[in-house]
Each structure stands twice: as structure tokens, then as C-alpha cells.
Design a protein around this ligand. Sequence first.
Ligand SMILES: Cc1cc2nc3c(=O)[nH]c(=O)nc-3n(C[C@H](O)[C@H](O)[C@H](O)COP(=O)(O)O)c2cc1C
Length: 358
Amino acid sequence: MPSLFDSFALRGVTLKNRLVVSPMCEYSSIDGFANDWHLVHLGSRAVGGAGLVITEAAAVSPEGRITPDDLGLWKDEHIGFLKRITDFIGAQGSVPGIQLAHAGRKGSTYTSWKGSGAVSVLDGGWQPVGPGDAPFADDYPRPAALDAAGIQKVLADFRAATVRALAAGFQVIEIHAAHGYLLHEFCSPLSNQRTDEYGGSFENRIRLAVEVVRAVGALLPNHLPLLVRISATDWTAGGWTIEDSVALAKVLKAEGADLIDTSTGGNVPHATIPATPGYQVEFAERIRREAGVATGAVGLITTAAQAEEIIARGHADLVLLAREELRDPYFPLHAAHALGADVAWPVQYERARPRHQV
Ligand SMILES: Cc1cc2nc3c(=O)[nH]c(=O)nc-3n(C[C@H](O)[C@H](O)[C@H](O)COP(=O)(O)O)c2cc1C
């Protein structure tokens, strides 16, 4: 059997293989609610054989959304439809995961196919918040700097969203601390110029991310794992570095994080990113080796052989796929065939299984 189809235990949750559907915003919600689109989109990918299907960034508060169309988990009414989705994913032998997120200063912007830049309050936008009042880019809204009460609200919102995620049946929680959203904004010296205990030194800048991980982790039953997505580098001089990421990963591991989902970038608009196949794998490998924590690799991983090599060589424990899973929801089933792994197909599709072709 190829390594890609080895099972993987995260606390008491066992993934049937190492292939994960990476979080992908669908910008298809009204007032934060999941709907038929999310059921079919996420459900198809569970049918397609992924071991873990993680929802898009689910905003922990209305002001924590990127766009007015984001998925959310800021009220109990959001739970019901999400439960339907987790039930379906679980029935396919896949594990349902959710990414909890706060967009920070990148909030109140348009869904890409509706416009660009800031959404005005009249058009459904809101006052976004951040570590300071500097906008992400010229056409982004100017955030309000979070004060002490605002920071406590962020923590309370992550806690409440976690309780709802558990009620909705999610078995894996991922905290979004990457891509220039709120927690990354606090971590990076490019976006955090605070002078209180949340700014300045490395320990101060990572404080909010650590407090969120601690707050969420404290609510999880012992058998459920906590993942954290980080941007391993800002790809910008004077910014967050891989060395910072290794140091953060050690702290997060000690706080109970079970896996670091290793992405990069997103905190400044004009970073030069060498986006070649598997360009972020080296960061997952280094964090895994130097921090002694499980990692996920993501970014331009598009073939079965590439994914297999990442796992077989021990560069990461999981492989997350985003755009390739959009192109091919059945990527895991196709990868199994390509690698000669004998994995079950949904019984409804058994007659289409390649070995049965006559
Ligand atoms: C449509 C789309 C939506 C995305 N939304 C999210 C998201 O909600 N949260 C997140 O952490 N990353 C998000 N990403 C980033 C992906 O999870 C992934 O890290 C990135 O696309 C690189 O992987 P890929 O080369 O396999 O696409 C999104 C990417 C795409 C293409």
C-alpha cells in the first residue's frame, strides 16, 4: 500500500488516509448560514474519498467575516444545517472538520465575482478590526484597533463558535491563524505595531493566537484534535519568518495543538511568492522536524505521485488539496488507482471502479 493511504490518528479520531480537502471559501452564505451548496460541495468531496473534509473559514462573529457572503458560526441557528453536512460526511467514512476564523482587517470586502475592495456599510459592510488602524491595502477598509475589551470579545467569540462546532458534529477544529487574517496580523511585525502586551516582542505578538488556541483547546473533549493553520513566512523582509513559525509551533504544541497546517503569505499585498509545485512543503517539513509536531502540507500539490512522495518521505503527515479538489472531487479515488492502492469506493459507484472496466 502506498503511504498516502495509510490511516492517521489525531487523538481519538482516525483518518482513513492522508488526503484532506483544504478549507475553501465558497462565499455562498446568506447571514452566515450553510445551505444546499455547502452540502453538495463538501459532501461530494467526502464521496470522493478524502480522509478529512474541512469547511471553508467559518467566521466566529459577523465582523470576523471576509465578505458578507461568508459561512459563519456566530449564532445557534447556524448549527442545524451544519449538522446535516457533518452527518453526510461522516456517513461516507470521512471526517468532518471546520476552520474557525476571524478576518481582522481583511474583513468587509467584496466576494471576488461581485467586486473588489471595501464594501460600504450601506452595501452590507461593517467596521473591521485589527491590531492597529492601518488598512491591508489602499482599497481595503480602515480597521479599528482592537482594545482590551475587543480582544476579550474575540476570545469569547472563538469559544462560543467552538461550542457550536461541537454541537454541529465536527470532529476536527482548525483555527485559522494564516493568510493575513486577524491572528496572523497580530503575529507579524509588518501588521502589528501595538505597544501593549499584544505587540512588540515575539511573545507579545503571538499572545492572541496562543490565547485563542488555549481557549478553544480547553473546550475540546480529549479525543478531538485541534489543528492550527499558519503562514510560515510573510515572504517579505522584516516580516514573519520560518524561524518564528518553528518557535510558534513549539508553543502551540505545548498548548495542545495537534497539527500545524502549513501555508504561507497573505499578510501584505505585494509579496513575491515563488509559487512552484509544492513550494510550501519545505516549511511543513521544517516545522515537523524542528518543532516535533505533526504537520500538513498544502499548496500546488496536484498529482498522486507528488502527494505520495510528501508522505512517504516524511515531509508532512497530511496533504491538503484545494484547487485540485475543485477540479476533481474524486481525486483521492483516482490517486488510489494511480498508486495501486486498494481502497473502497462508495457502493453506489462500485460498478465504475477502474478494475471493473470490461
Ligand atoms: C476558492 C478558494 C478559497 C479558499 N479559502 C480558504 C479558506 O477559507 N481558508 C484557508 O485557510 N485557505 C483558503 N484557501 C487557500 C487554500 O486552502 C489553499 O491553501 C491554497 O489554495 C493552496 O492550495 P492549492 O494549490 O491546492 O489550491 C482558499 C483557496 C481557494 C482556491
